[in-house]
Design a protein around this ligand. Structure first.
Ligand SMILES: [Zn+2]
Length: 605
C-alpha cells in the first residue's frame, strides 16, 4: 500500500501528565513556508472552543534539521521556507472528559480529531494516514483501539496505521484507547460495535440486543441500505454524566454507569431508557445533520462560527424522533412516551424566554446563547432542541391530520434524505419547508411562520386531540415538578405557593440559581447567587424549604433573610399561587379515528 503524502502519528506519551505527542509529516509542503492550523470548534457542538489553547509545545523539523515555526494567529502556525519534507510535532494536553475534546490518564485515552490533528492548509482534500501508537509500559499491554476509522495495516481494535479520505473525515472519527469491554451485533447486515469504558457492570448482551432493535428501526425508517459500512458506539461510563456527540460512522456517549443495563435487572429502569434515548438521538444524526446537513455546514469553516437558522430541525427533529423511534422499536411503551412528551411540554411552557426568542433565532445564536447559558437563560431564550422537537410533533400531527394519515413527517425526512443527504448537497435555509410542502401537497407557510419565526405558542392541544390524546393542566407540586401525577415519587410539598426560582444546595445552604420573570422572588428583589438563610425568622435549608413554605398561603408577605456578597439583606416577599403549568397527557381510548391515526404515528394504538 502506498503511503499518503500527509501522515500523522499519535502517542499517549505521558498518560500521567495527560500529554499526547502528535506528529504531522508532509512529504512535499509549500516550500515558501507551509501553514498548519487547528480547528476552533468541533462540528456538532456549536461553540468556539479554541483547541489550540491545549498545545503545550510545538516544533518543526525537516529530516534531522530543526526549522523555525512561528505562530501567525490564535490557531495558525507557519514553518520557515525550506526544501524537502516537514514534520511538526506537538505536545497536547488532554484533560477534558467530555465527548468534545481529548482526555488521557493512566486508565484510558480518548481523542477527537479537532483537538489533536493539525490541518495542512490548502491540502484538506488529500487522503491521510494515521499511526496510533501504544503507550510505553507493561501496564498498558491490555489496551486496544476502538474507532470507526478505516484500518490500513492495523488489525481490528489494534494499534497501527489507519486512514482517512480527507481532513474532514479524519476529524470525524473519535478514538477510544484502553481496556474497554466490547460487544458487536449486525443491523441490516452492517457490523456495529459497542465499546464501554470505565468501571461498570453492564449486561452487554442485553445492550447489544436493544441497540440492534433501535438501529434496525432507524435504518428501516430511512430505507436500506444503511449509510455506513460499520458503526461504533464509544460509551464512557462515569458516576454522574450525560452527553453525546454525533459522527458519520460513530458516536461518543457519556452516561452514568447506573444507566447501563445490569444483569440483575428484570425490567429496564428509567435511567436505561434515558441512555437508549441518547443512543437513539446520536444514531439518528447519522442521517440528520451528518448527511442531511445545512448548506451553511457544507463544508464546515473550522476557523469561525458557522451560522444557520435550522438547528430547530437538525437538533429538534432528531430530539423528536429519538424518543418516538424507541416506541416504534418496542423499547418504550406508549404511556412512558406520552409521559416524556408531557414533561417536555411542561418544560417549554414554563420558560418565559419562549415569548422572546423564536426557534430560528435560537438556532442562529447557538454559539453565544445556547452553548453559553447562564442564570438568565430561561427568561431570555428558548432551546432549539426542546422547541424544535415540539415543532416536529406539531408538524407531524398536522400532516397526518390533513392527509388522513397518508403522509407524515416520516415522508418529509425520507425525501430530505434522498434529495440532499444521499447526494451530499447542503440543505438551503428554506429547503426543509419546501420539501415538506412538496411531499405533502399542503400549504405549510403559515405553520412555519408561526412555529419557527414567531413566539406564538404551538397548537399542541388541538393537534394532539386529533390522535386521541388529551392534554390538560394541573398546578405544579414543586419547582422541579414536570412529572406525571401518577408518579409516586413526587412530594406534595409546597401546596400551591410559588417563589418563582430554581434553587440548589451550596455547601448545605439554600442557593438561588435562577429567578424567573414575574415571579414572587423577582418582585421581592431576590437574585441569582443569593443564599437564603431564613424565611419568616426560621432557618431554611434545601431539605426543609418545601415543607416550610407549605404552611403559608398565596398572598401572604413574609421576610426573607439572604446573603449577597456576604452582606445580609432582609427582603419581604409576597407569595404567589403556584401556576397551573404542569401538563399531563392521556389517551382517549373510545375515539376510534384518533386510535387509527395514533397507530400510524406511534406504531401502537
Ligand atoms: Zn443532537
Amino acid at each position: 500500500m502506498k503511503n499518503a503524502q500527509i501522515r500523522y502519528s499519535i502517542l499517549p506519551s505521558k498518560p500521567e501528565a495527560h500529554l499526547f505527542e502528535v506528529r504531522c509529516t508532509v512529504d512535499n509542503p509549500d516550500p515558501w513556508g507551509q501553514k498548519f492550523s487547528l480547528p476552533t470548534w468541533i462540528p456538532g457542538s456549536y461553540l468556539v472552543r479554541e483547541f489550540a489553547k491545549h498545545v503545550v509545545r510545538i516544533r518543526a523539523q525537516s529530516g534531522r534539521k530543526q526549522i523555525a515555526i512561528v505562530k501567525l494567529d490564535k490557531n495558525t502556525w507557519q514553518v520557515a521556507p525550506h526544501d524537502g519534507p516537514v514534520t511538526v510535532t506537538m505536545e497536547v494536553y488532554a484533560w477534558d472528559l467530555s465527548v468534545r475534546g481529548a482526555h488521557l490518564d493512566t486508565t484510558h485515552a480518548f481523542f477527537n480529531g479537532p483537538a489533536v490533528f493539525l490541518r495542512v492548509d490548502g491540502r484538506e482534500h488529500e487522503p491521510v494516514d494515521v499511526e496510533i501508537l501504544a503507550p510505553r509500559g507493561a501496564k498498558y499491554r491490555s489496551w486496544r483501539v476502538a474507532t470507526a476509522m478505516q484500518t490500513k495495516g492495523a488489525r481490528m481494535y489494534g494499534f497501527g496505521t489507519y486512514q482517512a479520505g480527507d481532513y474532514d473525515e479524519l476529524l470525524d472519527h473519535p478514538v477510544e484507547i484502553g481496556a474497554f469491554d466490547l460487544v458487536s451485533f449486525k443491523a441490516a447486515g452492517v457490523q456495529h460495535d459497542v465499546a464501554v469504558t470505565g468501571r461498570h457492570r453492564t449486561d452487554m448482551r442485553r445492550l447489544a440486543r436493544d441497540l440492534k432493535k433501535l438501529c434496525e428501526t432507524q435504518i428501516e425508517f430511512f430505507g436500506k441500505p444503511a449509510p455506513v459500512d460499520r458503526y461504533v458506539f464509544l460509551v464512557t461510563a462515569v458516576g454522574d454524566g450525560y452527553g453525546g456527540l454525533e459522527h458519520r460512522a460513530s458516536t461518543s456517549l457519556i452516561c452514568s454507569r447506573n444507566d447501563l443495563p445490569a444483569e440483575s435487572m428484570d425490567k429496564p429502569a428509567g435511567g436505561y431508557r434515558t441512555f437508549l434515548g441518547l443512543a437513539s438521538h446520536e444514531y439518528f444524526h447519522t442521517w440528520n445533520v451528518k448527511r442531511i446537513k445545512p448548506a451553511a455546514f457544507t463544508p464546515y469553516d473550522l476557523d469561525r462560527e458557522n451560522y444557520t437558522t435550522l438547528l430547530w430541525a437538525f437538533e429538534g427533529f432528531t430530539s423528536y424522533y429519538d424518543d418516538l423511534l424507541l416506541v416504534r422499536a418496542g423499547l418504550a411503551t406508549r404511556n412512558t412516551y406520552l409521559e416524556t412528551l408531557g414533561r417536555n411540554i411542561t418544560s417549554l411552557q414554563r420558560v418565559a424566554g419562549r415569548k422572546k426568542q423564536t426557534a430560528a433565532e435560537s438556532s442562529f445564536d447557538a454559539w453565544i446563547k445556547y452553548y453559553r447559558s447562564d442564570e438568565n437563560t430561561p427568561n431570555a431564550g428558548v432551546s432549539y432542541y426542546l422547541k424544535g422537537s415540539l415543532i416536529a410533533l406539531c408538524l407531524d400531527l398536522l400532516i397526518r391530520a390533513q392527509t388522513g394519515g397518508r403522509r407524515s413527517l416520516d415522508h418529509v425526512m425520507r425525501a430530505l434524505w434522498k434529495r440532499y443527504g444521499q447526494k451530499g448537497v447542503g440543505v438551503p435555509e428554506d429547503g426543509i419547508e419546501q420539501v415538506a410542502e412538496q411531499v405533502t401537497g399542503l400549504k405549510l407557510k403559515r405553520f412555519f411562520d408561526q412555529a419557527v419565526r414567531s413566539t406564538t405558542d404551538l397548537p399542541l392541544q388541538k393537534l394532539l386531540a386529533i390522535v386521541g390524546v388529551d392534554m390538560h393542566q394541573r398546578p405544579a407540586r414543586s419547582g422541579a415538578d414536570r412529572r406525571d401525577p401518577r408518579s409516586k415519587k413526587e412530594k406534595l410539598a409546597s401546596k400551591g405557593v410559588s417563589l418563582g426560582v430554581r434553587s440548589g444546595s451550596d455547601g448545605g445552604d439554600l442557593k438561588i440559581n435562577q429567578v424567573f420573570d414575574g415571579g414572587a422572588a423577582q418582585k421581592a428583589g431576590l437574585a441569582a447567587g443569593d443564599i437564603v438563610i431564613a424565611i419568616d425568622g426560621l432557618r431554611v435549608s434545601p431539605d426543609n424549604i418545601d415543607a416550610h413554605l407549605g404552611r403559608y398561603r398565596a398572598g401572604e408577605t413574609i421576610p426573607f433573610h439572604v446573603f449577597r456578597r456576604d452582606e445580609l439583606h432582609l427582603l419581604p416577599l409576597t407569595l404567589q399561587a403556584a401556576k397551573v403549568d404542569a401538563w399531563t397527557l392521556n389517551v382517549v381510548e373510545e375515539f376510534r379515528e384518533g386510535a387509527r391515526l395514533r397507530k400510524g404515528w406511534l406504531g401502537v394504538e
